[in-house]
Design a protein around this ligand. Sequence first.
Ligand SMILES: [Zn+2]
Length: 116
Amino acid sequence: MQATMIKIERNEKMEKAIARCKTNHPKVRRVDASTVKVYGHGGSYTVKFAEPRKGLRLASCTCQATGLCYHIPGAMAAPTVIAVAPALPVSTANERENACLLKPQPKGFIIDGWSL
Ligand SMILES: [Zn+2]
């Protein structure tokens, strides 16, 4: 099933999602340049980003939410450094252990130059 792509724009919905993200402070792990795994309370979700044309940024998430979920701003705040894939397969538990805990920074998250 193709996940719905949501347009990334700063609006009220995004503000709400960011607020939820700050409350839930999920763990995030970058998979590649356009994919981030987000570990929320209910499990792990994959957020994918796309930029079909300049200025139009889209994101999709594998969670149940039909609209903008907090995983997307969480994924946007993920470090841009791509984690080196481990040589050996790791269990999901280890994967979660090694994920980066997204905590509100003193200055807030920096997402796309937005200070949140
Ligand atoms: Zn989600």
